[in-house]
Design a protein around this ligand. Structure first.
Ligand SMILES: Nc1nc2c([nH]c(=O)n2[C@H]2C[C@H](O)[C@@H](COP(=O)(O)OP(=O)(O)OP(=O)(O)O)O2)c(=O)[nH]1
Ligand SMILES: [Mg+2]
Length: 134
């Protein structure tokens, strides 16, 4: 049996105050109510960078500059598998709006502990802490 496999571009969006943008997935849907780093499915013919820029515009209505890749994570959930390609991004323009989620918030690395993320995100959060704190 092979699980469906989703390829996702994920953005760690930094602002000038060293905060990161997170969003709360819509209640009811898959992983509803969990917080995540914004992003979505890579479409055919699209690079990860293009996917991230497009998704962030569609989901949050802001402009970003997509920077270096932080990491790629393969994770298997009970119903599907995901490959998350995570890039550092910089917020350049616009006020984030919850266009396709329930809420958006700027948080510090420390504050991430107060939010519940999907299982695969532990690796992302650990990597961010290692980078920032050496
Ligand atoms: N954007 C994002 N997705 C994440 C993170 N962590 C994590 O496991 N995921 C998973 C949850 C989703 O299955 C998938 C994100 O894709 P999506 O939000 O566009 O897809 P979806 O759940 O709407 O899936 P579908 O119903 O359209 O098939 O990746 C994260 O930090 N950010
Ligand atoms: Mg999405």
């Amino acid at each position: 049996m092979s699980l469906p496999h989703k390829f996702i571009g994920v953005a760690v969006i930094w602002n000038d105050r060293g905060q990161i943008l997170i969003d709360k997935r819509r209640q009811g849907g898959l992983m509803g109510g969990l917080w995540e780093f914004p992003g979505g499915k890579i479409e055919p013919g699209e690079t990860v960078e293009e996917c991230i820029k497009r998704e962030i515009w569609e989901e949050l209505g802001i402009e970003i500059q997509v920077g270096d890749r932080l990491m790629t994570i393969d994770h298997i959930y009970s119903q599907f598998a995901v490959t998350l390609t995570v890039h550092h991004c910089r917020h350049t323009n616009g006020e984030p709006q919850p266009l396709e989620c329930d809420e958006v918030r700027w948080v510090t690395l420390d504050e991430l502990d107060f939010y519940t993320f999907p299982e695969a995100n532990f690796q992302i959060i650990n990597a961010l802490r290692n980078i920032v704190r050496g």
